[in-house]
Unconditional design. Structure first.
Length: 81
């Protein structure tokens, strides 16, 4: 289900915001080399600030890990012309 990977639900899952510990979006931007979006959110808790990065993947979902970058591969069947 698409809603299971929404940014709002992931923030609630990982940081459990409450009225006493609200979430603040500290940064919303994109990576330098490719235009992949990311968000840094922060929650103040009794132990101190907790921050997480969320990354938007090509499937449109948000995750706590960055998407893999495309790697150059060499095929043994490369065409030489």
């Amino acid at each position: 289900m698409r809603a299971e990977k929404s940014l709002r639900l992931l923030i609630e899952k990982w940081l459990s915001p409450t009225l006493a510990t609200p979430i603040r979006v500290m940064r919303f931007s994109h990576t330098r080399h490719n235009v992949r979006r990311y968000v840094r959110v922060e929650a103040q808790q009794a132990e101190g600030a907790v921050a997480l990065f969320f990354f938007r993947h090509d499937d449109g979902f948000w995750y706590v890990f960055p998407p893999e970058t495309a790697r150059l591969t060499i095929s043994p069947y490369a065409h030489v012309g």
